[in-house]
Design a protein around this ligand. Sequence first.
Ligand code: SF4
Length: 363
Amino acid sequence: MRITFPHMGETYIAAKGFLEDLGLEVVVPPPCDKETLNIGTRYSPAEICLPFKINIGNYIQSIENGADTILITGSCGPCRFGLFWMAQQEILNNLGYDVEIIAFDPPQENVRDFLQKSKKILGYHTPYQIAKAAKNTYRIVREMEAISNRLYKIRPREIEVGSADRYYKNFESEIYHVRGSKAILGLIDTLNNDLDHVDMDLSIKPIKIGIVGEIYTMIEPFINLNLERKLGQLGVEVHRSMTVGHWVETTVMEKLFKMNKEKNIQEAAEPYLKTFIGGHGQECIGHAVQYAEKLYDGVIHLYPFTCMPQIVAKSILPTVIKDYDMPLLTLVVDEMTSEVNYQTRLEAFTDLLKMKDTKMRIG
Ligand code: SF4
């Protein structure tokens, strides 16, 4: 069995560590690029949302590198994501690929199905081995989140623009050549040491922007055209409302242990949207309210074209920003998105926020 999975930002680092710790053979898809998008667009329905197309591109690139089994998470929520894998399996079969997609729905949805699929992948491992690998994986997830938070603070303050990202790029290229969580954690330590050496101007007080929207689009830098890096280099301290760790906690751990860490987000969204609509639509509203309450300078709403839950959120956000008098920029991405247009809109938005910020400091 040679296992692959779709990209979603830095998720592949933790997934690779987990599966390799259990002795499985992993084929990580090449980083998402124009070729991935072209392949995905060619074989996907035209009107489907961008994550589906990128998934197909990832799968085909991995299959051509030898993968025969695809792992993906499912969902029983209202968003069509839960049905992705069925349509994707059919597309791959029709193209003549002999692969199996194993989709994991959250365990609480169907415990027996979850256990059967887990056994298929992890069959001969003891619960202790699995728990140990899961513990190391969770550590990777948390460490990578801390790296992201460091980058958000460094980028707008670094003396030589792009130096932190150079270290990060090196780190990413090394990940493909190591095996197992121990080696990955070693690379994370090296990256942290490198970031310690980035020269910063700590007197800079950057404007702060919160990013809300569809989880995949927020997390995968190729699909969001490196939004966080672009904003950082425009002198903005970014905060992303959803992370891989947040997803693991809310989709798996929280439901298993009957906790509700999202209660405060749901409460923040409540005056505007009381109902769960899937696709993190309700969370998007709650996060925007929380950024406004924390006095962020602005919010960016990010989602892929045709994303149903985020279209609902888009219709509600103008009321939120009117109530809180907070600037909002909406960015909708698809395979036709022009990087020049995108950059221009970001520059215009951040310039406006900086002018507003300067006026408030003078006034
Ligand atoms: S949340 Fe939106 S973009 Fe994501 S899978 Fe669902 S419809 Fe597609």
